[in-house]
Design a protein around this ligand. Sequence first.
Ligand code: FAD
Ligand code: NAI
Length: 479
Amino acid sequence: MEDTMDQFDVVVIGGGPGGYVAAIRAAQLGFKTACIDEWKNAKGGPAPGGTCTNVGCIPSKALLQSSEHYEHALHHFGDHGITIKGASMDVAKMVARKDAVVKQNNDGILYLFKKNKVTFFHGRGAFAGAAKDGVYQIDVSDPSSTSIAAKQVIIATGSNARALPGVAFDEKLVLSNDGALSIGEAPKKLGVIGAGVIGLEMGSVWRRLGAEVTVLEGLPNFLGAVDEQIAKEAAKLFKKQGFAIHLGVKVGAVKTGKNDVTVEYTTADGKAETATFDKLIVSIGRVPNTTGLNADAAGVKLDERGFIVVDGDCKTSAPNVWAVGDVVRGPMLAHKAEEEGVAVAERMAGQHPHIDFNCIPWVIYTSPEIAWVGQTEQQLKAAGVAYKAGSFPFLANGRARALGSTDGLVKILADAKTDKVLGMHVIGPVASELIAEGVMAMEFGASSEDIARICHAHPTLSEATKEAALAVDKRTLNF
Ligand code: FAD
Ligand code: NAI
């Protein structure tokens, strides 16, 4: 190892939500910290923020917002007495706005690095080998070319889209999340393989802009991880919006033509079908990024699916090497990655943070939104837990009526004996924000009565949460 190398207490490999937040927290705690990220913007410059910022959370929400405005202008403004003649969508402008939002976030992270004195390296980080005298050499390449030394390393290299076997993403006809966020004009016919989070969010964007969307899902149940009542409500609403959702299909050959793509599949009742689409989004889950990291040489073990093996504290098999976010077990969510990144930095500083995986919220940003935390009814039944359920429809909520968004409900599940909140499930307007109350309640071990006794402002959607809590005790006031 060269003596002239820059020496750091902590080097973070990967600048997504797991990595950049870990780097900031480590620097706040007094460690001399560097973060290496290889993402390049269209001009080849640095674009920290990872999948989340560049081709995930942020750009998808930007497009969801634009397309929702358009849908409202076309179909809902009339209810408010607003007439818009000749409303049209400039897809190129919508995509350019999305790119600008992404850039604001990239620049924001570079600013945060400066503010917190995190040294940023633009390039790919790789272990040179095992630690020598307790110090790892990390080589950085493309576009930077240097080597740095680290006492502690956090791997936060994230994930990328899983392709169907033998069907590579060309990002023109067969799209991963990357291509799905940059389609130049709304396809007439859009095929989506996988009725998961990406399929439903991206399907929503392009459906609102006029695409006929067909979703082919391998499993027999729709949104199997979601509370069954909520998933049933979602399926009903999405079908009403025009989504064609086929469950229990087996996808066969996928053939790309000049301007279209044909998918052969077998339906749940065994019928062979063929469908031709202008574009096909393949959203069947994601795989961890570890290629080029040279993890093996450093003694960092991977599991059979390629994830970095970590213990409950995010420690890997190599001394002083930690891993967080999508590249390790657990839900692939930006906020889970962030929590792990912060927790690792704090553990390095001798603190004892704790992450309760049962209190990590999930949100699907469709319309209406779907959000949940904790246990579903089917999980509680399977575990033999005695519970009480209370739900409240937005149809009976004054604010929802004023907004014109009355689809959906809030449901609270509480322990039958202790009344402790075990889960909260929402389908409805801004469910993404409402769920925070359920997370807070569960983190503090609150009972449904606690939520029911808290004063909620009127008129707000959050009153539906209070009413759902009242419903646990069968004493709703407005339904
Ligand atoms: P990533 O964000 O993947 O970041 C890893 C970074 O490391 C990348 O910049 C990568 O280029 C870099 N890297 C990899 N290897 C190296 C190396 N060897 N050297 C240097 N750099 C390297 N989650 C939510 O919570 N909410 C959402 O709304 C949401 N929406 C999503 C929408 C889409 C379309 C997609 C695809 C994902 C979405 N997610 C969402 C998931 C979320 O993006 C991920 O869970 C999150 O980005 C994981 O963070 P991470 O830091 O672990 O990895
Ligand atoms: P996903 O796991 O959400 O859904 C994949 C779906 O594809 C599943 O329903 C699965 O049964 C189905 N599937 C798998 N193989 C198939 C096959 N061969 N044929 C047909 N169906 C098949 O994965 P997705 O949508 O790719 O998203 C990846 C991850 O990114 C999510 O799990 C989530 O963690 C994250 N994400 C989070 C978002 C959010 O928080 N709002 C938004 C988008 C992504």
